[in-house]
Write a protein that binds this ligand. Structure first.
Ligand code: GAR
Length: 218
């Protein structure tokens, strides 16, 4: 019997859900410090919902089109999360902007993965942005969510080289491999309390720059 205190986690998705799959797989380990107990999607057609349901995880759509404004959509999300006793919210390809009120109410308890080395290349089309900028290193970032889009204290980053001949699709594919390694490692840091927020920065329990795994490179 495992004695690990597992945090109750909800994953929010909008589509494919490959990061969600990597988190569900990682959470199967007996000593993983988080349990995925709910998957929500703002799009009923999201492929990830079927996968989660087949994995035996309650998976529901909260269709944003059914709500007159963002505040009421976010209230519906919040009700689902609280009814399920969620302790940590994990955004994984969730493509809706959340209201400041919702974000504040989950402050320090909500993380996101973004496909760039933040603070570079916020928003969408991050791989095209990276190619246009001519950077030699690109990657992905797991960060706490704050009201400002694609900002917030950084938990972990994964880097990949930009190669001659790369296009947005080839870069996206190489970075997705990193995302699938990085997100389970970052969630473990947060759920176990080894990474925590202090004065708006992430500090690690061992007092160092962070355990191995906070920065991954290919
Ligand atoms: C991932 O690359 C993720 O980093 C990105 O969407 C993709 C979702 O893929 N997220 C964002 O751009 C958030 N602004 P997935 O559904 O297969 O996990």
């Amino acid at each position: 019997m495992s004695t690990v205190q597992k945090k109750r986690v909800a994953i929010l998705i909008s589509g494919r859900g490959s990061n969600m799959v990597s988190l569900i797989e990682a959470a199967k380990a007996p000593d993983y410090p988080a349990e995925i107990v709910l998957v929500l999607s703002n799009r009923p057609e999201a492929a990830g919902l079927d996968y989660a349901a087949q994995a035996g995880i309650p998976a529901r759509a909260v269709d944003h089109r059914a709500y007159p404004d963002r505040a009421r959509f976010d209230a519906a999300l919040d009700a689902e999360l609280r009814a399920a006793g969620i302790e940590l919210v994990v955004l994984a390809g969730f493509m809706r902007v959340l209201t400041p009120g919702f974000v504040e109410s989950w402050a320090g308890r909500m993380i996101n993965i973004h496909p760039s080395l933040l603070p570079l290349f916020r928003g969408t089309q991050t791989h095209g942005q990276a190619l246009a900028a001519g950077v030699r290193l690109h990657g992905c970032t797991v960060h706490y969510v704050v009201p400002e889009l694609d900002a917030g204290p950084i938990v972990a980053q994964g880097a990949v080289p930009v190669r001659a001949g790369d296009d947005p699709d080839s870069l996206a594919a190489r970075i997705l491999v990193q995302e699938h390694r990085l997100y389970p490692a970052a969630l473990a840091l947060v759920a176990s309390g080894r990474a925590r927020l202090e004065d708006g920065r992430v500090v690690f329990a061992d007092g160092t720059d962070g355990p191995d795994g906070a920065l991954l490179t290919l």
